[in-house]
Design a protein around this ligand. Structure first.
Ligand code: ZN
Length: 191
């Protein structure tokens, strides 16, 4: 009987090259391609909590890393739906710190639209660009439904970035993040 051992071995062979230390995906162009990678999720949560974004300084990198690693969150919206049992799974978080985190999370719902937009971590959108985008489109919803021609007129936006921003709003995880933020008291429309 012919047994194509070589083909089978080839099929099961692990792709080679450096791997992400967290999710073991093989790097593409020096970065982990896995969108659900806990490293990326932790970076997103850290950005969200930064003073320039939703201002939740009590939730630092260590806690963001644990939330991502335990798969308790995939996006910032899920932070607002964590129950006591979820928070209890984090190590090294005192009762006082948790109270601070939750208090600051409550306050974050009043963050400026440009700060929220910066926290959403759209491709290439730094603080200054987030401010310009909100000035031009009034709100995150306004940006979401913006016409490509209008978006390209914004200083610092080229055609490629225009495509990436609109693609960001079509991504299912990002859509869920926005919906969940709204359900938890964020106003993403006109203020
Ligand atoms: Zn990874």
């Amino acid at each position: 009987m012919f047994f194509p051992f070589q083909a089978v071995a080839e099929f099961f062979k692990e792709p080679s090259g450096p791997k992400c230390p967290e999710c073991y995906s093989v790097f593409i162009d020096g970065a982990c391609p896995n969108l659900d990678c806990p490293v990326k999720v932790a970076e997103w949560i850290t950005r969200w909590c930064s003073p320039e974004a939703a201002k939740i300084p009590a939730l630092g990198q260590a806690e963001a890393g644990q939330l991502a690693k335990l798969r308790l969150v995939l996006h910032p919206g899920e932070l607002y739906e964590l129950g006591q049992g979820d928070w209890d799974r984090l190590e090294g978080v005192s009762v006082d710190q948790l109270a601070d985190i939750q208090g600051q999370m409550g306050g974050s719902k009043l963050a400026e639209p440009s700060a929220v937009l910066y926290g959403l971590k759209l491709p290439g959108v730094d603080e200054r660009l987030a401010k310009r985008l909100i000035e031009a489109f009034s709100s995150i919803d306004g940006l979401r439904v913006s016409k490509p021609e209008r978006l390209q007129q914004i200083e610092g936006i080229d055609e490629q970035q225009c495509v990436e921003i609109h693609r960001w709003f079509r991504d299912s995880v990002n859509k869920k993040a926005l919906t969940m933020l709204e359900q938890n008291g964020f106003n993403l429309g006109e203020q």
